[in-house]
Design a protein around this ligand. Structure first.
Ligand code: ATP
Ligand code: MG
Length: 351
């Protein structure tokens, strides 16, 4: 098997403040493959930023091992020399929520600054800066200062700067959190494009599951310093195991809003003994409507669909439905549905 481009093994990171010990990252292991757009989600304080800062050793772990491009960056035995570390760090670009541009320098100068240690000639550097600004679609604004640029444009400068030393990895720490939805989409499209064009591996910290759904292929969920769930976006969206993961997914599918409305409906307020309000989720076409209809017929249950949503993730349809199922054999029908690889949660009825 191919070796992951980033491999974190049993990473612990703690901070000591006065007499208090803060365990920001606890025994986290994660492998990220070349070409992944890898999402890391979690609430504020979960340890996301601290964890990704260990990838380029901006944050030295308390314990564990960091391997990048097959080379051990850090473990108890290996401690790269400052010069080597600086060299290796250039293989990893980083962008942030607040862009971190130098306000006294133009877009061009901000990007050029990242090349100050490069061996390129002066002319080659200038050419490289032009290419980078072109790559992020900002050639016309090269001589503007950050104050003259919109948020999206500033983030483009920051991306060009992050790519100046041809990194194989780009870490994005909430890089779209300060942008409006339309600009967010444009920046995400740019990152996706760079991932395809340059084979760039992207590590994407976000608290928005929608972003994960839009561009990531894998995702890890962090809570209180631990990694609680990890998998392909399809796996996580079609079969989330942890309550926190389920919460995150609900915010991305709008199902929470739907539930509020559904709970107000008369059919739901007055469920009979043979009625169940259920949430069904399935991935792939195996368990689509014809199959469900066959089960309903077999067990003589009727269904009233209150909410349905199908999305294509990784070329696979993932369907979600909230339905009221009614009939004497409703429990058997639900077992048959579950046996057909549909995840079933009973939201109401049957107690
Ligand atoms: N340099 C530091 N010194 C002390 N505590 C720190 C330091 N950096 C982070 N922490 C603590 O570690 C924990 C994890 O912080 P971290 O910034 O990694 O969270 P996060 O998931 O990135 O949150 P957010 O979504 O708000 O950015 C928090 O409790 C934070 O207060
Ligand atoms: Mg953070």
């Amino acid at each position: 098997m191919r070796e992951p481009i980033i491999q974190l093994d049993h990473i612990d990171i703690s901070f000591h403040q006065k007499k208090r010990k803060i365990e920001a990252v606890k025994d986290v292991s994660v492998a990220i493959n070349q070409g992944d757009i890898y999402g890391i989600v979690g609430y504020s304080g979960a340890g996301k930023s601290t964890l990704v800062r260990a990838i380029n050793l901006l944050q030295i772990p308390t314990a564990g091992r960091v391997k990048v491009s097959g080379q051990t960056f850090f473990d108890r035995k290996v401690n790269l020399k400052a010069g080597d570390l600086r060299q290796k760090r250039r293989e990893i670009g980083m962008i942030f929520q607040h862009f971190n541009l130098m306000t006294q320098k133009t877009a061009r100068q901000n990007v050029a600054f990242a090349l100050r240690h490069s061996d390129l000639s002066k002319e080659a550097k200038a050419e490289k800066v032009d290419e980078l600004l072109e790559l992020v679609g900002l050639s016309e604004r090269a001589d503007n200062y950050p104050a003259q640029l919109s948020g999206g444009q500033k983030q483009r400068v920051a991306i060009a700067r992050a790519l100046a030393n041809d990194p194989k990895i780009l870490i994005s720490d909430e890089s779209t959190s300060a942008l409006d939805p339309k600009t967010t989409k444009q920046i995400l499209a740019l990152l996706q494009d760079l991932n395809k064009k340059l084979g760039l591996t992207v590590v994407m910290i976000t608290h928005e599951m929608q972003i994960v759904k839009d561009i990531c292929n894998r995702v890890a969920v962090m809570q209180n310093g631990s990694l609680i769930e990890e998998g392909t976006v399809l796996e996580i969206f079609s079969n989330p195991r942890e309550p926190l993961t389920q919460d995150f997914i609900k915010t991305a599918t709008g199902i929470d809003d739907a539930l509020v409305k559904i709970n107000r409906q008369d059919v739901v307020k007055r469920l009979g003994a043979n009625d169940r309000l259920v949430f069904l989720r399935y991935a792939g076409t195996a368990a689509d409507e014809p199959l469900l209809n066959a089960i309903y017929r077999q067990y003589e249950v009727s269904s009233n669909i209150l909410y349905a949503n199908i999305e294509i993730l990784d070329d696979t349809p993932v369907g979600e439905m909230i339905v009221v199922l009614s009939g004497q054999q409703v429990s058997s029908a639900l077992s048959a549905i579950e046996a057909a690889d549909v995840s079933v949660s009973i939201l109401k009825g049957g107690q």
